[in-house]
Design a protein around this ligand. Structure first.
Ligand code: MF3
Ligand code: CO
Ligand code: CO
Length: 260
């Protein structure tokens, strides 16, 4: 498969998509409180999708067809947790909320891990490190750098804090399809891999585990948990690489060349 570079006009449409996805994700993060079910969060996201007249990027995706518009990944769940009526958030949980849409045919894919009520210092440190690891990666989303530079920045930051990065799942190009080339691993070597060109749009999404990096997929064929059942945190932004620098399309305060 080949990388599909986007024109400035396409990137402006992807920015619209990113802003809508960001607005709905923000609403979901605010709604994530003790006593709320992951099903409730999915319902809120569905209402946002209707309000903005966009399309879910997740519903019906792949096989078995993904059954929801959100992934809700609590504690030892790394990614792809399925919202459920009987799964209730409780004080001390961490939950990764991953949300993706198509707007005017273009995808925006973004995720955040939020802390529910009072969480342990251990969980707080993990979440903060995963969030900051994404920022280290974003900083290197520049013309002339290589994909290995992004992965290396994320991996070395997470590992320097005593955590591991998941290698079984990776970030990705995005555009008319949610998952396009290239793959964007959260690990790598400096000055290695494909060179980054203007017009590349990628979803960068570190998954950081408190323990070992190994993954186990549960019987529903989606839910990915840490094999050692240690805690895991996930953050994701859709980023356009412009001649001026990175534009974090799913972050309202970002402008071309200013990560926001
Ligand atoms: N949004 C996820 C990613 O970041 C993929 C979700 S798969 C789905 O790549 F089936 F839930 F859509
Ligand atoms: Co995602
Ligand atoms: Co993604």
């Amino acid at each position: 498969m080949r990388i599909i570079y986007k024109s400035p006009d396409e990137i402006r449409v992807m920015r619209e998509s990113g802003l809508i996805a960001a607005e709905i994700l923000e609403e979901l993060c605010q709604a994530a409180k003790p006593g709320v079910s992951t099903w409730d969060l999915d319902q809120i996201a569905r209402r946002g999708i209707e309000k903005h007249k966009v399309k879910s990027a997740f519903l019906g995706y792949a096989s078995p067809p993904y059954p929801a518009v959100l992934c809700t990944s609590i504690n030892e769940v790394i990614v792809h947790g399925i919202p459920r009526k009987n799964e209730i958030l409780k004080d001390g949980d961490i939950i990764g909320i991953d949300f993706g849409i198509f707007h005017k045919g273009y995808c925006a894919d973004t995720a955040r891990t939020v802390m529910i009520g009072q969480v342990s210092q251990e969980k707080m440190d993990l979440v903060t490190t995963a969030r900051d690891a994404l920022e280290k990666g974003i900083e290197l989303c520049r013309v002339g750098n290589r994909l290995g530079d992004i992965g290396h920045a994320i991996q070395s930051y997470a590992e320097s804090h005593g955590y591991s990065v998941v290698t079984q799942f990776v970030g990705h190009g995005t555009g008319r399809q949610m998952h396009e080339d290239p793959q964007v691993p959260n690990y790598g070597k400096p000055n290695d891999g494909k060179r980054i060109k203007s017009g590349l749009v990628i979803a960068v999404e570190p998954m950081v585990n408190a323990g070992a990096p190994e993954v186990e997929v549960l019987d529903d064929n989606w839910t990915a948990v840490t094999k050692d059942r240690s805690m895991s945190a996930h953050f994701e932004h859709t980023i356009a690489i412009t001649d001026d620098g990175p534009w974090v399309l799913t972050r309202p305060s970002s402008t071309p060349g200013n990560v926001g």
